[in-house]
Each structure stands twice: as structure tokens, then as C-alpha cells.
Design a protein. Sequence first.
Length: 154
Amino acid sequence: MQLSDFIDYSAIRTSLTAREKRGLLQRLAQAAASQLDLDAGTIADALLEREALGSTGFGGGVAIPHGKLEGLDRVYGLVARLDQPLDYDAIDKMPVDIVFLILSPPDAGADHLRALAAVSRVARHGTAIEKMRGARGRDALAAVLMGADERTAA
């Protein structure tokens, strides 16, 4: 599975503003809800429930909040670059400024794991993450993501 299988252009955000983790998850839930025609509170609850199990702060300034929800018929992804890094209780204690949100239907076990694996391949690629940080707009960020897909497909 590649990023382009579950993240489309309309799900790319640049300069997202949030000052703390809970607020970030709520902002992400609102953005996803507007695209998925789902309730933002329900999405935020799923993200917070997963976060209670342990931080989804991946390391290197990247977080991968994820959850499963009723009402979805496919894996959905959203990418956000934050305007300011924030404390996310990441494994390496680094503040987070790049976020990959993944939402899946409850029965999408294998696809959910494939989406997480696709994101983690990109997140481990330091050059791609640095290019994401330097991308000036949505078009540039989309181009970096497509390039990351091509590199990880090879």
C-alpha cells in the first residue's frame, strides 16, 4: 500500500495551528469530519482513546495518530504540517511538526496495518520528512508525498 492509496490532495494541510496535543487531535478530527461526513467528536474520541493506550508520537518530529470508526468504507489518511512544533509525548521526546492521520473501518485490520506501514516507511526516510518541512504550499507538499511513494515502491 502506498500513501496515494489513502491520502488525496484534499487531505493535505499546511500550517495547521495547534498548541497542545488534545487540540491538535480535535483539529485533525474536524478536518477529517468535513471530508468524510462524520461527526468530529466521534473521530476525536477514537483518536483520544487510541492515544490513551500510548503515544502515537513516532519520533523525529512525526506523529501518526490513528483509529478505527464505524461509518467508514475505506482507509482514510490526512497529512498536516504544523505551523509550530508541539509537545506530543513522542517516544524520543522531540516536539512534533509533521502529522499523518489514519482512520479505518473497524474490520480493516490488514489494510489499517498496511497504511501504518506505508506512513512509517516515509517517516523513517529523513530526507522526505525534511522536504515536507520545507514545502511551501499544498502543491509542494503533495509533490514530496508522491516522490516518497515512488521511492518506497522501488
